[in-house]
Design a protein around this ligand. Structure first.
Ligand code: ZN
Ligand code: ZN
Length: 264
């Protein structure tokens, strides 16, 4: 033994064998899956069992730190980590790379529905995948301070006169369900949203013959409901001023999800 052996935490990453790392990742992923499913996990017991087998050469705190390294790697991948293992800071990139490869070997792709995202459509797809999972799962930790990303988005230049005219004609009554606007907006007018029947993203026009004033429920229905195509067709039949526009078939497939809050 060298006289001044450095503390374990700083040398552990170099010394750990692939077998040791793989055993840690395997145990971690099994616990993570249980936690995500809402089942109880016993971290201390798993730590003890690991030190009785593959990690016999390691201390309890070294195993604990390794688990936090794995949390850190998962956090970087925008994936959930075991709530009780806070991501360690200052984890070497080579260790993260090795842990990342071992996570792949443990079916990382089945966790991608949990992966955090800044993309609205991806978020919607993941929520649907999670809704299809049996049970409620564990209470997710979420993000206390969600990361931000810079995005470039294409915006359409809209004509205020078109929007105002459609709202005036509707006169506070939803043109979809004929119910009164659900509340008064901050501008003092009945709150309705102006929807483009043929989406602007599908080369629809910004004209009164392509716009309807809708309550928030009917607007969301146009964008997000199972019967949205029938609902749109019903609007064409209901409102004489609407003129059917030819969809741009190429762009249309990218217009599957359009955030109604954009008032498109
Ligand atoms: Zn309505
Ligand atoms: Zn809309």
């Amino acid at each position: 033994m060298p006289v001044s052996s450095p503390p374990e935490a700083s040398t552990a990453s170099k010394n750990w064998t692939d077998e040791e790392l793989a055993a840690s990742v395997r145990a971690y992923v099994a616990m993570l899956r249980s936690e995500l499913a809402g089942e109880p996990i016993n971290k201390a017991e798993v730590n003890r069992q690991l030190r009785e087998t593959a990690l016999a050469a390691r201390t309890e705190s070294a195993v604990e730190l390794r688990m936090q390294n794995i949390s850190s790697t998962l956090f970087d991948l925008r994936l959930p980590h075991i709530i009780g293992y806070r991501p360690a800071r200052n984890v070497g990139s080579s260790v993260k790379l090795r842990i990342g490869q071992m996570l792949e070997a443990n079916g990382l792709e089945t966790l991608t529905m949990y992966q955090r995202t800044a993309d609205e459509r991806e978020l919607a797809r993941k929520v649907t995948a999670l809704l299809r999972q049996p049970g409620n799962g564990g209470v997710p930790a979420g993000s206390a301070a969600p990361a931000q990303v810079m995005t470039h988005s294409l915006r359409y230049v809209r004509d205020p006169a078109v929007k105002a005219w459609v709202l005036k004609v509707a006169d506070g009554i939803c043109e979809g369900c004929d119910m009164a606007a659900p509340f008064t907006g901050t501008d003092g007018f009945p709150y309705l949203e102006v929807h483009h029947i043929m989406p602007l993203a599908s080369h629809g026009s910004d004209t009164t013959s392509n716009c309807a004033a809708l309550c928030p429920n009917c607007h969301r229905r146009c964008h997000l409901s199972l019967d949205r195509d029938e609902f749109r067709l019903a609007l064409y039949e209901k409102l004489d001023r609407l003129v059917l526009e030819v969809p741009d078939s190429v762009l249309n497939e990218y217009a599957v999800y359009i955030d109604p809050s954009n008032n498109s």
